[in-house]
Write a protein that binds this ligand. Structure first.
Ligand SMILES: [Zn+2]
Ligand SMILES: [Zn+2]
Length: 390
């Protein structure tokens, strides 16, 4: 099969499907319409198996005509709670909900690839599992795993994922080896002091004073103690305390995230706990610390990344293949699937000044460049074909 020609023939349909998903965005685990379209489309292709999982998740399995390895390809299907301001003629018709991350494109691309492969199943050396995941924006992958999705997919030899990317130029492919998207854990710290009169602070113990020590100690840790070549970000995004200007509050709550673009997140978490406890103790306060996993480190398998780099260099000019400086402190819960096998996740560039595409993901004005869809499909289809042939 000539992959490029097959994709050219189907690109119009993929774009139509993507615009339809875009018009009808659905929040995490409420992707009922999207899920139904995906399921019916896969069934119409005559896949060997089509399953649902976690309500709106869909798994399609296509057995090739020749024996071989098993790969999982994952696309996310959810939208965001954002009022769209993209100006697109096919903008969201649902107030306050928008496909502002590009998952509409991911879903349509995966359906297009499934259609091409299903029509050429005799040529496939192995089994291809199409995994449509709900609620990527809030840890949907782990819920699918808890619901037994890996029993449906079977043990994979490799897992592939992708993201349309608005901060890389149109026509470029990001094939980054190793840590590519940071692990993200959410913390909640409750600091206990002793309430009292604002005029006699020495008779009270103010948890707000403790919080200022906590914040500066965290900054010292990330900038001075932590190796700068192991990127680590600890951000505080919420502080709640007090209710009147003359009353020292009894307690304070602070929340934020700890992100690590390296494998030593457990050491960072342990130090975070120590630092917070000791900074609180210094101010005669006590504290409770909760840490919750947002997503794990997305660590691309080096061998798959190298294979991807070679494939990408055949598809686009080598200077459009980005292998460094593209890792980010944001996360993707695609990472949770990587505990079941080696994986690779790549970026498909969309930024283009001429058409005004380049707004950040999750911004109300975010847009997808549709020329990136066929390139992303070509990259994944060539990569999977080459991987299965090896
Ligand atoms: Zn997103
Ligand atoms: Zn996304």
């Amino acid at each position: 099969m000539n992959i490029k020609k097959e994709i050219e023939a189907i690109t119009g349909e993929v774009i139509e499907m993507r615009r339809d998903f875009h018009r009808h965005p659905e929040l995490g685990f409420q992707e009922f319409r999207t899920s139904k379209i995906v399921r019916e489309y896969l069934e119409s292709l005559g896949l060997d198996e089509v399953h649902t999982c976690s309500g709106t998740g869909v798994v399609g399995i296509l057995k090739g005509g020749k024996p071989g390895k098993r790969v999982i390809l994952r696309a996310d299907i959810d939208a965001l709670p954002i009022q769209e301001e993209s100006g697109e003629p096919f903008a969201s018709e649902t107030p306050g909900v928008a496909h502002a991350c590009g998952h509409d494109g991911h879903t349509a691309m995966m359906l297009g690839m499934a259609k091409i492969w299903a029509a050429h199943r005799e040529e496939i050396e192995g089994t291809i599992v199409f995994l449509f995941q709900p609620n990527e924006e809030d840890a949907g992958a782990q819920i699918m795993i808890d619901d037994g999705v890996m029993d449906i997919t079977g043990k994979p030899d490799a897992i592939f994922g992708y993201h349309l990317w608005s901060t890389m130029p149109l026509g470029s492919i990001g094939a980054h080896p190793g840590p590519t998207m940071a692990s993200s854990y959410y913390y909640k710290v409750k600091i206990h002091g002793k309430g009292g009169h604002g005029g006699y602070p020495h008779t009270a113990i103010n948890p707000i004073d403790a919080a200022t020590y906590v914040l500066s100690a965290i900054k010292s840790f990330t900038t001075l103690e932590q190796n700068v070549f192991d990127p680590t970000v600890i951000t505080c995004c919420m502080i709640h305390a007090g209710q009147k200007e003359i009353i020292v509050p009894e307690t304070l709550e602070m929340e934020g995230s700890i992100r690590c673009l390296h494998v030593e997140h457990e050491r960072v978490h342990a130090r975070f706990r120590e630092i917070v406890e000791q900074a609180c103790a210094l101010c005669r306060c006590t504290c409770e610390i909760e840490l919750k996993c947002g997503n794990s480190l997305l660590n691309n398998d080096p061998a798959l990344a190298e294979l991807a780099r070679q494939v990408a260099c055949r598809i686009v000019e080598p200077d459009m293949v980005y292998t460094k400086d593209i890792a980010v402190m944001g996360g993707d819960d695609f990472a949770e699937f990587l505990q079941y096998g080696p994986g690779f996740y790549f970026f498909v560039g969309m930024e283009d000044e001429a058409s005004g595409v380049g707004e950040d993901h999750h911004h109300p004005g975010f847009r997808v460049h549709e020329d990136a869809l066929p390139l992303g499909m070509e990259m994944l289809m060539e990569l999977v074909t080459e991987y299965l042939a090896k």
